[in-house]
Design a protein around this ligand. Structure first.
Ligand code: RTP
Ligand code: MG
Length: 140
């Protein structure tokens, strides 16, 4: 494997605005390679399970509604230090705080509709990849 793997979601606000390619281009330019990708419309159960760590947060209900409001693109990304590399190119959760040159600075609409998800640790990356992909769907 060329480096490590992380998990990414292109969120409904981005797919709705036809930004799948534009977001992916920024990931690729940041040195990440898409080694698995599929467009899905998450079920409520799938979204609640994925965000189970945020169950007690005040924004959990809204977040689940948002994530099932349209299609998403789930991706496995590979590269050197993939998790941190992806977090860096995503930018801060709130686009108002996101640095120039980041995906959220370029595209995010709000702290919730912030265009992308990225795993926040290598351990969570492995869990999140396995939540959406079988190993035979990942081609490095
Ligand atoms: P993500 O998990 O999507 O990569 O984003 P993140 O680590 O930067 O943010 P996190 O704290 O894990 O929150 C997950 C997602 O919940 C939504 N959110 N809404 N209304 C709010 O105050 C609020 N805060 C977070 C965002 O969509 C965030 O990405
Ligand atoms: Mg997070």
């Amino acid at each position: 494997m060329a480096g490590t793997r992380t998990f990414s979601i292109i969120k409904p606000d981005a797919t709705k605005r036809n930004l799948t390619g534009a977001v992916t281009k920024m990931l690729e330019e940041a040195g990440l390679r898409v080694v698995a990708s599929k467009r899905i419309h998450m079920t409520r159960d799938q979204a609640e399970g994925f965000y189970a760590v945020h169950k007690e947060r005040p924004f959990f209900g809204e977040l689940v509604e948002f994530m099932i409001s349209g299609p998403v693109v789930v991706q496995v990304l590979e590269g050197e230090n993939a998790m941190q590399r992806n977090r860096d190119v995503m930018g801060a959760t709130n686009p108002a705080d996101a640095a120039e040159g980041t995906i959220r600075k370029a595209f995010a609409e709000s702290i919730e509709a912030n265009s992308v998800h990225g795993s926040d640790s290598d351990e969570n990356a492995a869990i999140e990849i396995a939540y959406f992909f079988n190993e035979d769907e990942i081609v490095g």
